[in-house]
Design a protein around this ligand. Structure first.
Ligand code: PBG
Length: 324
């Protein structure tokens, strides 16, 4: 075995998996205002950006070869409510961001999260009725949210709420309203994970979150259930599916890809980013190497693409080194 490994050229020839800037989707946090950036303490190196600065950042991402970005709003607290009305205001922060980014950087793919957690006063992804997340009432709001995002110019709608049946109903509504070309990337196998903590700081839903999300997100103990979820979303019309979180769920990525052979994405979530950055900042892990190693593991497991806060750094590294 070592004959093939003894030189760099030979290792390059036998490499089974590759990592390229086009594998990355960059998640971005958007705030109101102008020319302002806010650091996120639990995600060192990641900042919330106003729309104008996000446009500059997205142009740089595009120059690095990154094909798409995913947008998340940090909604002003006074716009959050029990029924999440701001989610379907067609002039909300996300719609204005999509509009402005589409005009400034028309070739980049724009992915919008569909879920109510940036808009609810209690921080849940759905509508609470008698302390329960009401599946069908939530879907009614998600449909309206998806439609304002499509109208604003979103290329991809990404439901991350884990309500049952929402992909089919959102697909139907998009067709009916003339948005038949809008793609759906379903967060299909999304686990009730503790690795989302820093993201909830970033969008400001953490302080308020009552309880947990176990009645709608999946149990980390389950794997057959993930296939069931993915199968339902595909049959309801999802164009792409996603597994989330990433590194602790590589087995799920592999099973989904092997079972369905459909475009499969994985989210290296905020807690994974925070964990790696903490070790990197302490000098315990080598930053460049560990970023690329963590990302190639997703490709090896079968992912077509990766949502990662390291997107720009990784793309830059790949440009610098050519290949891992
Ligand atoms: C919202 C949403 C979450 C993430 C993406 N969309 C958080 C959650 O479900 O609580 C997590 C992303 C990350 O941790 O980086 N529905």
């Amino acid at each position: 075995m070592r004959r093939n490994r003894k030189t760099a050229w030979s290792r390059a020839l036998i490499q089974e998996t590759t990592l390229q800037p086009q594998d990355f989707i960059w998640p971005l946090f958007i705030i109101e205002g102008e020319n302002e950036r806010q650091p996120i303490t639990s995600m060192p190196g990641v900042e919330r950006l106003t729309i104008d600065l996000a446009i500059d950042a997205i142009k740089q991402a595009q120059n690095l070869g990154i094909p798409a970005v995913a947008l998340f709003p940090n909604t002003n607290p006074d716009l959050r409510s029990e029924l999440a009305e701001e989610a379907f205001n067609d002039d909300n922060l996300i719609c204005r961001a999509v509009n402005a980014i589409k005009q400034a950087v028309p070739e980049i793919g724009l992915i919008c999260d569909v879920a109510l957690d940036p808009y609810t006063s209690h921080g849940h992804d759905g509508i609470l009725i008698d302390d329960k997340i009401d599946n069908d009432r939530t879907i009614e709001v998600l449909i309206k949210q998806a439609l304002v995002q499509a109208k604003a110019g979103a290329d991809v709608i990404a439901p991350s709420d884990m309500m049952d049946g929402r992909i089919g109903l959102i697909r139907q509504a998009l067709e009916k309203e003339g948005y038949q070309d809008v793609q759906i990337m379903a967060y299909s196998a999304k686990y009730a994970s503790s690795f989302y903590g820093p993201f909830r700081d970033a969008i400001g839903s953490n302080i308020k979150l009552k309880g947990d999300k176990k009645t709608y997100q999946m149990d980390p103990a389950n794997t057959d259930e993930a296939l069931h979820e993915v199968g339902l979303d595909i049959s309801e019309g999802a164009d792409m599916v996603m597994v989330k979180p990433g590194m602790p769920y590589l087995d799920i990525v592999q099973r989904v890809k092997q079972t369905f052979q459909c475009p499969t994405f994985v989210y290296q979530v905020s807690g994974e980013y925070a964990m790696l950055m903490a070790a990197i900042e302490n000098g315990w892990l080598d930053k460049d190497k560990v970023i690329l190693e963590s990302l190639i593991s997703f490709k090896r497991a079968g992912a077509n693409g990766i949502l990662t806060y390291f997107a720009c750094e990784a793309a830059q590294l790949l440009q610098d080194y050519q290949q891992v």
